[in-house]
Design a protein around this ligand. Structure first.
Ligand code: SF4
Length: 277
């Protein structure tokens, strides 16, 4: 059996940066992250073991603690409240998410109807929404535009969306508006990872996508590759039904941006133990 592992699998720049910042903060007294730092249960557990507690709200955080803002960013009002309470903030928001927040705010300030292409309940999208004073419209596909038309429409995307779907969405907005301004806020790491996943899926007989089920970019990767080849999404090597893979000659592995390298290594070694290669 041949195993192809995507060189783009695993922690992206933003997640690596956040994990390093959290690692430096751990051990300096009580540390809380506001929501899980990244969308990977294993990584969050490892952080917990190092003393980083997940808090649901600011009220759960004692005043003397360090508070980590997560990679996806937090809502503007939450950040303002944390500053008002004089909490010790370590802001791990990915710089690409910060850019998307700034673009959303810019469009709002310039009087555009802001359209956010993304998942309404995703923490990153909620943070983008907050930067438009709660006025943005969040849409998951161009179908949701319905019969609407716009005088001035400004578009940003959740950083982990598929590029093609975003292009389709923007084309439809252009058709419906007198003026359109688009900021492509999809991050390059996401695009490269998705393109490489397609390349591997075209060669492989079966695809394994590793990552948290609560991770939007992992689920997107799974959607992309499962349109090309049979695929499975696993959070750990233990979930793999190795016996069912016997019929395949080539297996491709890719992973979401918040998947630790350990998970990818465990998957590869599990396959090698069973099938050699
Ligand atoms: S996927 Fe992109 S935007 Fe998201 S954390 Fe990673 S580098 Fe940042």
């Amino acid at each position: 059996m041949e195993i192809i592992v995507s060189p783009f699998a695993g922690f992206c720049y933003g997640v690596k940066r956040a994990m390093e910042m959290a690692g430096r903060a751990a051990g300096k007294g009580p540390v809380y992250s506001l929501g899980p730092l990244i969308h990977n249960p294993r990584a969050v557990k490892e952080l917990e073991a190092r003393g980083v507690t997940v808090a649901q709200t600011l009220d759960d955080i004692p005043p003397e603690a360090l508070v980590l803002f997560r990679t996806h960013g937090v809502e503007k009002e939450t950040e303002e409240e944390a500053r008002r309470r004089k909490l010790n903030i370590v802001d791990t928001t990915c710089p690409f998410v910060k850019t998307a927040q700034n673009k959303a705010r810019f469009l709002h300030d310039k009087g555009y109807t802001v359209l956010i292409f993304g998942e309404k309940m995703h923490p990153e999208v909620r943070s983008l929404y907050s930067y438009t004073g709660g006025t943005a419209r969040v849409m998951n596909s161009s179908d949701e535009l319905g019969d609407e038309s716009f005088k001035k429409a400004g578009v940003v995307s959740q950083t982990t969306r598929k590029r093609k779907a975003f292009s389709r969405f923007c084309a439809e907005v252009v058709r419906k508006s007198q003026e359109t301004r688009v900021f492509n806020t999809i991050c390059l790491a996401t695009t490269e990872r998705q393109e490489d996943a397609v390349r591997i899926a075209q060669k492989a007989d079966f695809m394994i996508v590793a990552g948290g089920r609560n991770s939007a970019n992992t689920r997107k990767l799974f959607d992309i590759v499962s349109e090309i080849k049979p695929a499975v999404l696993v959070e750990s090597a233990d979930e793999l039904r190795v016996d069912e893979l016997r019929k395949y000659d080539t297996i491709g592995i890719t992973a979401g941006a918040s998947t630790p390298d350990t998970t990818i290594r465990e998957l590869t070694s599990r396959l090698k133990t069973y099938f050699g290669g």
